[in-house]
Design a protein around this ligand. Sequence first.
Ligand code: SF4
Length: 709
Amino acid sequence: RTSADGASALTATHCPYCALQCGMSLAVSDVPAPGRPSAPPPAVTVTPRDFPTNRGGLCQKGWTAARVLTAPGRLMEPLLRLARGAPPRPVTWDAALDHVAGRLRQIRADHGPDAVAVLGGGGLTNEKTYALGKFARVALGTSQIDYNGRFCMSSAAAAGIRAFGLDRGLPFPVTDLDGADAVLLVGANVAETMPPFTRHLRRAVDNGGLVVVDPRRTATAEQAALHLQPTPGTDLALALGMLHAAVADGHLDHAYLAERTAGFDEVWRIAARWWPERVERVTGVAAADQRAAVRILARADSAYVLTARGAEQHASGVDTASAWINLALALGLPGRRGSGFGCLTGQGNGQGGREHGQKADQLPGYRRIDDPAARAHVAEVWGVDPAELPGPGRSAYELLDALGAPDGPRALLVFGTNVAVSAPRAGHVVQRLAALDLLVVADVVLSETAELADVVLPVTQWAEEEGTLTNLEGRVLLRRRALDPPTGVRTDLDVLHGLAVRLGQPAARFPTDAETVFEELRRASAGGPADYSGVTWERLRAGEQLHWPVPAPDHPGTPRLFLDRFAHPDGRARLAAVDHRGPAEPPDDDYPLHATTGRVLQHYQSGAQTRRVPELVAAVPESFVEVHPDTAARAGLADGELTRVVSRRGSAVARVRYVPSMRQDTVFLPFHFAADRRANLVTNPALDPVSRMPEFKVCAVRLEPVRAE
Ligand code: SF4
């Protein structure tokens, strides 16, 4: 990395943040002796790298990503709090791991293996997610493991499996979108969440073919030829209306439906009742606009439907995603070169994070944990008896809600997620965390969740370690190590190894080297839906572009899925007979407004990283609430004033931002901020019955002035 004469050398790697995984190069100079920060911090410079997803572009988060490496508050040594309320004190690694292992042994002995729970993250590398799932099931023997992708991708994943028999966010390379004449984006504000992605939409924009469905007039909607602005929580009805329009206006692809799908008749029995004028009354989207949107898609030679969290983070998220898939299937788009359906993954390893066994209901290779053949295969790789493997556990919110309850977990290990900010009904979640006998958090900085922990374990971060991730198009990437970690921090793999050995596991069962873990992951995934067995470290180092499945070392990978057949046994895609149901919590006299939440360009997820980057904080220093001026006036609020956004679950303070394009019945809050500014203090944990996704995208609130103390 650094040349012999001391000049900095470039390390080709990827951004630490979102699922686009933009290519970047890091130049590191003044590499310090081990023992940062007593030595001068390294000077790390980011330059964009030409990579298919970003074509040499980066967003502001990517440009400033190196700042996270030297962020103020970087954890350098383990912290231990011996009593609640006592200040945490630095301890050695041995003392910290001995303490954690001892407490885990005691809690398991007293309450059984399911009294210990594990929560992972969609930003962890593939190797970490794999090792975490194995650690939970083998070393702890617990079924209680899930990850924060439950709050992110779970509805899309369930809908994709239901329709296509397989879930891969984009079943085609991002670059296929370059040739799109028309793109329907549903609940995706890519101009802010992943700006370089918009390079792939230029042709559609120039053709007047970009259609955006979003209750807000976002930066993405500004570029659209047609912006459909539905009432929050009514997306499913809108999709039904557009399917009805497709039928009524003669846009169905009859040959495709007959040859490649099943289930249209059942779907039409429901959609027939949702004619566009009726849908207009429910959604507020003009019937003419519904028809125009379908016309744009149907007349294009190359058309795509893409969904994201706006469509999926609902108590009806799976059915809503299915409704958009139904529309795409009715138009004959999925599984064809030059057209398709896809879902835009959010977190950096949101795709890989759900494939390798940290989900409550899954084993590595994207296998179901209740499938006897899958259990036998994975148990053999792990060297354990399949009968010893636990079954499915609680989903993320249900797990958090059960913490400290009589039949719930008494200990929680958290890796790579900040649920005190990011979970719905966050005030309640913090209370549940406080009810634990033991909370252990492995993180880079003292996140809001780590602040509550009994034991904090400081770990390495992206550019300080090597590992693989799988981006939004199912492409397996190698993130390279560019500089040495500070003395005093360890990798997550080291932490799991140290704990597993103390819990009586053979040392060799939990390797600490990412490449060795990946070798085992390859074997565990072999034959599964997400088959990585042909992906080797050498191929990744050589820069091969490998989209899973890659079932053999000489297999070229599968950039495009479903071209010949879908993954159901009969090769046909399934349309799902789904019907509209409104939000779990509609507005009423006490809480007359819809609140919806989302991201801004400068911050990422809970903000634990980006709130420590000066340039990003300078751009967006605090939480705000977007409000129509008339709505604000009715609440007695002026632009720039602080308001309290109040729901049945709590309230969040935010600064009023007049946005004349907002619907008068809706306010918007970003969810990146801490303390009393947490948007998730108000969100509703109503869960989708299939995916167990909470309804982040809509709940009922009112606005109150914040009186001066
Ligand atoms: Fe990083 Fe995503 Fe921005 Fe690309 S778009 S630079 S991956 S945060």
